[in-house]
Design a protein around this ligand. Structure first.
Ligand code: OGA
Ligand code: MN
Length: 199
């Protein structure tokens, strides 16, 4: 399904990796069925910051999110897969990854997420970011790309089209990034491997 050594090697040397089709299409299709906002109130507007600073600011971040639930079979299978990745990467890279959290995200047409870092200020415990894309028939001119920036300055390292079944993994601290707006709804699962809180 996925060679953890290859992933570890590329993370160690380049800091990120794009996997074209790491899951079986049937599993991706099941995840797509869970990333639907039709049951009222399962998805909530994403917010920025933590606790007292929680804010909702459409200008910066326009997605609706729903955290995965381990009691759901489809979500559970995804979390099991991420657990394999977590323990494999710990063995290969001694990252000390302690746990994983992830949510479905739906960006409506026109919504994006401005340049940001996944490492929340005051909480430097997110080490690796993952994004798994759930967009069938995505065309190049539909937009919605993930743009990875260089750690300093405006240099663009890569631009990733969010096509169905693709996964991106990157070092959270090394890559500020942005989600460009798309002309139709854009679905994904965004997640973070964490170490024990160090801040
Ligand atoms: C995020 C994020 C990227 C993407 O949720 O923090 O940056 O491509 N997502 O959806
Ligand atoms: Mn992010």
């Amino acid at each position: 399904m996925m060679n953890i050594e290859t992933i570890a090697d590329q993370l160690a040397h380049i800091g990120y990796i794009v996997l074209e089709q790491p899951l079986l299409p049937a599993q991706s299709t099941q995840l797509y069925s869970r990333c639907q906002d039709d049951e009222r109130q399962r998805f909530q507007p994403a917010r920025i910051g933590r606790n007292a600073e929680l804010r909702q600011l459409d200008v910066i971040r326009g997605d609706m999110i729903c955290w995965l639930n381990d009691r759901d079979g489809i979500d559970h299978d995804y979390l099991v897969w991420m657990e394999e990745l977590r323990s494999g990467l710990n063995s290969a890279l001694y990252l000390g990854l302690f746990d994983y959290e992830c949510h479905y995200a739906i960006y409506r047409a026109g919504a994006g997420y401005a340049r940001h870092s996944d490492v929340l200020s005051g909480r430097r415990n997110r080490v690796l970011s993952t994004v798994f894309y759930l967009n069938n028939d995505w065309q190049l001119d539909d937009g919605g790309e993930l743009v990875l920036f260089a750690p300093e300055g405006d240099g663009i390292i890569d631009t990733v089209t969010p096509t169905f079944g693709k996964m991106v993994i990157f070092l959270s601290e090394s890559f500020p990034h942005a989600v460009l707006s798309a002309c139709k709804p854009r679905r994904s699962i965004a997640g973070w491997f964490r170490v024990r809180n160090v801040a």
